[in-house]
Design a protein around this ligand. Structure first.
Ligand code: HEC
Length: 171
């Protein structure tokens, strides 16, 4: 065997040993406990079922994320706030007023082009608006994730970076 060959083989062995060592460490190192998914709903099965149908029929997920990104949302790419955990940010009455408003932008100002803004759902029946409001307010976020949810909402709504040290949802 030539000297050069020996050096190459040694180098390969050294590199392989290092890679194996890293891999072993990755497998064996103590794991951070997985905090789990921070979003949940405490709605009754009836509200969940009725609201689910409305949300499908009215295609809320073309613009919004809810329980993961839908294919339509990814294609349209509207920068609408995610709805997961949104019930930790507003009350059921707030949602009902918001869905009943002829001009939702009077309640939440928009920075988006007209076609991407939150549409008015004032034309829905009173019952449907109540169901949507009940379901939205049931979409909670675990306390340890609340700050992140507020920050994400603020950044999507305003297009600005969340001011550090802010404790409350800026209005
Ligand atoms: C055309 C896109 C579009 C559709 C469809 C749409 N939304 Fe929205 N929605 C938005 C945008 C954008 C905002 C942020 C305010 C704005 O820019 O008008 C918003 C805001 C909201 C908010 C307030 C979020 C917050 O951060 O406080 C809720 C709740 C909401 N939408 C629920 C719904 C529900 C429920 C449906 C279906 C019935 C729906 N939206 C359908 C675009 C949409």
């Amino acid at each position: 065997m030539q000297r050069g060959e020996l050096a190459t083989i040694s180098a390969i062995v050294v590199i392989a040993t290092i890679l194996l060592g890293i891999r072993t460490w990755e497998v064996l190192k103590p794991k951070e406990p997985d905090p789990g998914i921070p979003f949940y709903s405490n709605a009754t099965p009836e509200v969940k079922q009725k609201a689910g149908k409305l949300i499908d029929n009215l295609q809320c997920k073309t613009c919004h994320n809810l329980w993961g990104r839908s294919l339509m949302q990814m294609t349209m790419n509207v920068p609408a706030p995610r709805l997961d955990g949104i019930g930790s940010l507003h009350s059921e009455e707030w949602f009902y007023k918001y869905f009943s408003s002829k001009n939702p932008q009077e309640i939440l100002p928009s920075r988006l082009k007209k076609e991407f803004r939150m549409p008015s759902y004032a034309h829905l029946s009173d019952e449907d608006r109540h169901i949507l409001a009940a379901y939205m307010s049931s979409l909670k976020v675990e306390k340890w994730y609340l700050a992140d949810t507020k920050k994400a909402e603020y950044e999507v709504l305003t297009g600005k970076t969340y001011p550090s040290g802010k404790e409350q949802t800026p209005k």
